[in-house]
Design a protein around this ligand. Structure first.
Ligand code: G1P
Length: 295
């Protein structure tokens, strides 16, 4: 049974400095909901309620977000803002989280290893805080089902453009029966020339506890960090890893341009925002085009 999820949220968020100097990137809003709440809701909808955050000293706002805020509740009550109040209360009671502190930011692999005492010797999920998946809970459920069937680790993969491979861990896979893939090789953030495919790891993993042994043996890799992808490479020598192909839209919020694209796409789903924003954009684009076309 997969009952627990580890959410590594201790990273520096260097791609967003100085915004992330005092503010966790996981708290960045997609309009009015922080990215991390999407990830938590996806897990809850998939039936995973034990959530372990691997956090760091500058990540307190995440803890506050999932905690009760009596002052705010009192204020909203007095102001008669019932709808917002209910929403705020719902978030406070969403989960009973466990927070594990990663004292030094030594990489994603190291963050996952830090959660070992809270996970124990059972299979678990890892969900990264910077990718939102369309129909994410179905994907998580599908990954858990694949785990139940084969009893081995499962990673979610998604096709990206060749120029994008340098942003992700890339996997080479083999189809062993219709719709069932196993991983043959993995490389963390390769150049387009080195990449063994264009299948990117999209931040959802189900692991057997064996990954912890591998993480202990993993040496610093790309960027001098202990990489989860490198630990999975070691795991491949001991156990089969299954691949789960994600065909839905993948929203990356981990770098400024993709973050803006994500906010835009979510705005297009909001009736209260869509029309006004589109009117503004039409106007803004025509002004930009005039500037570009000017001889
Ligand atoms: C991490 C992983 C990478 C994965 C990516 C997905 O990289 O190391 O393998 O493809 O998340 O978002 P990061 O984005 O933290 O640099």
């Amino acid at each position: 049974m997969v009952r627990k999820a580890v959410l590594p949220v201790a990273g520096w968020g260097t791609r967003f400095l100085p915004a992330t100097k005092a503010m966790p990137k996981e708290m960045f809003p997609i309009i009015d909901k922080p990215v991390i709440q999407f990830i938590v809701e996806e897990l809850l909808e998939a039936g995973i309620e034990n959530i372990i955050f691997v956090t760091g000293r500058h990540k307190r706002p995440i803890e506050h977000h999932f905690d009760i805020n009596t002052d705010l509740e009192k204020h909203l009550e007095e102001a008669g803002k019932r709808e917002v109040l209910e929403n705020i209360r719902e978030i406070s009671h969403m989960i009973n989280p466990i927070y594990v502190r990663q004292k030094e930011q030594l990489g994603l692999g190291h963050a996952v290893l830090t959660a070992e005492p809270a996970v124990g010797g059972e299979p678990f999920l890892v969900s990264l805080g910077d990718i939102i998946l369309e129909k994410g809970s179905e994907i998580v459920r599908g990954m858990v089902d694949t785990f139940q069937r084969f009893g081995k680790s499962v990673i979610a993969l998604h096709e990206v453009e060749r120029e994008e491979v340098k942003k992700y861990g890339i996997a080479k896979v083999k189809e062993i029966e219709e719709g069932v893939y196993i991983v043959e090789d993995l490389v963390e953030k390769p150049s387009p020339e080195e990449a063994p495919s264009n299948l990117a790891i999209v931040g959802r993993y189900v692991f057997t506890p064996k990954i912890f042994e591998m993480l202990r043996d993993t040496k610093p890799g790309k960027g001098g960090e202990i990489q989860l992808t490198d630990a999975m490479r070691l795991l491949l020598k001991e156990e089969v890893i299954y691949a789960y192909k994600v065909e839905t839209r993948v929203y990356d919020t981990g770098n400024p341009v993709d973050y803006l694209k994500t906010v835009f796409e979510f705005a297009m789903k909001r009736e209260d925002i869509k029309e006004e924003l589109l009117a503004y954009l039409r106007n803004a684009i025509s002004k930009q085009t005039q500037l570009i076309d000017r001889p």
